[in-house]
Design a protein around this ligand. Structure first.
Ligand SMILES: Nc1ncnc2c1ncn2[C@@H]1O[C@H](COP(=O)(O)OP(=O)(O)OP(=O)(O)O)[C@@H](O)[C@H]1O
Length: 314
């Protein structure tokens, strides 16, 4: 079987929920394309439609309208042909709570034809020491890592993770990122949701900015920052009036904005040259270089700030 060009494609997908309070348009005109062998992050706040999208990608929900293709197949009808190739981390492994970690992994891997060795997955996620512990006695963060392990033991081509680092302390989170990156380097495709800018910046090869059920913008973190947030900017407070020659020089370097209160900024990649002009003879003070981040790109794409909750243990 030849591999499809895209791991996941959503074209103008809509999904609503009818609730006693009215219809919720959870996913609305969602269009995105995820290439294989990459880590893709759906980045957006609570309620943006990330989980609903992931559930449609694995076939747990059907779209009301539009096209979803996962590894080239329609997840609503592909059945076992897809379920052996795609794994999603169980949101809450409430079932089998009385089992020990090792027992649950053995049971879970028995559901699949070509599972990955459970010991290898447990080892990579630093869970080996917990094999004899009952699932119910695990901490939230350890349990979250077990959920990722349960998905990975299926040995999928496409791994779907819904906010995988929720509840992890900073060290565990960074370790999880390095494990996910190493799996990607061995050919796995990962599609994950997150509301952490830091996670998307550190981990994702491509980011889909999700806003009110649709994809507002997509690209590598660097592309999104460059195209949406612009380049670095030098901010300054004018002390002595800039003369025409200074202003002309600054305009040659980039885009100059001077405000009525005599503050200003120059958007330019040539920050050293800009600083030299602005600082000469004490013309300006409070000089500060601002390098745009994914948060700035997110704000430019959606008009909203996305505040990442602090990871547990901070
Ligand atoms: N089963 C459901 N029944 C009714 N409404 C739902 C259901 N699942 C999700 N919703 C609503 O659909 C919208 C999108 O939810 P979804 O969980 O897809 O977003 P999300 O981006 O994953 O958010 P979170 O980060 O909070 O999980 C929200 O308003 C949510 O309340």
């Amino acid at each position: 079987m030849s591999a499809p060009a895209l791991a996941v494609e959503m074209r103008d997908v809509r999904k609503s929920y009818n609730t006693p309070g009215g219809t919720i348009h959870a996913v609305d005109s969602m269009t995105l394309r995820a290439e294989p062998h990459r880590i893709h992050a759906l980045l957006g706040p609570n309620g943006a439609g990330k989980t609903t999208s992931l559930e449609m990608i694995v076939g747990l929900r059907r779209p009301d309208q539009g096209v979803v293709r996962t590894l080239g197949l329609d997840p609503a009808t592909a059945g076992r042909e897809l379920s052996t190739r795609v794994a999603i981390q169980p949101q809450e492994a409430k079932i089998f709570e009385r089992l020990r970690v090792g027992e649950l992994m053995t049971l879970w891997s028995s559901f699949y034809t070509h599972p990955r060795p459970a010991e290898e997955v447990l080892d990579s996620l630093e869970l080996t020491n917990y094999v004899n512990r009952e699932v119910t006695k695990l901490s939230g963060g350890t349990r979250q890592r077990l959920n990722v392990a349960l998905a990975m033991v299926a040995n999928p081509e496409l791994l779907i993770l819904d906010e995988p680092s929720t509840g992890l302390d900073p060290r565990a989170r960074e370790h999880l990122w390095s494990v996910l990156a190493s799996w990607r380097d061995r050919g796995l495709t990962i599609v994950m949701s997150t509301h952490s800018m830091e996670e998307a910046t550190a981990l994702a090869d491509s980011v889909f900015i999700i806003d009110h059920g649709s994809c507002a913008s997509a690209g590598t973190p660097e592309e999104l920052i460059r195209t949406l947030a612009g380049g670095p900017a030098v901010h300054f407070q004018i002390v002595r009036e800039l003369d025409d020659a200074d202003t002309a020089r600054l305009r040659q370097l980039g885009e100059l904005v001077i405000n009525a209160d005599r503050t200003g900024h120059l958007t330019t990649d040539r920050t050293d040259e800009a600083l030299a002009v602005l600082a000469a003879d004490g013309r300006c003070r409070d000089l500060r270089i601002q390098v745009p981040t994914l948060a700035d790109a997110y704000f430019a794409a959606t008009g909203n700030q996305l505040t990442s909750p602090e990871p547990a243990g901070v």
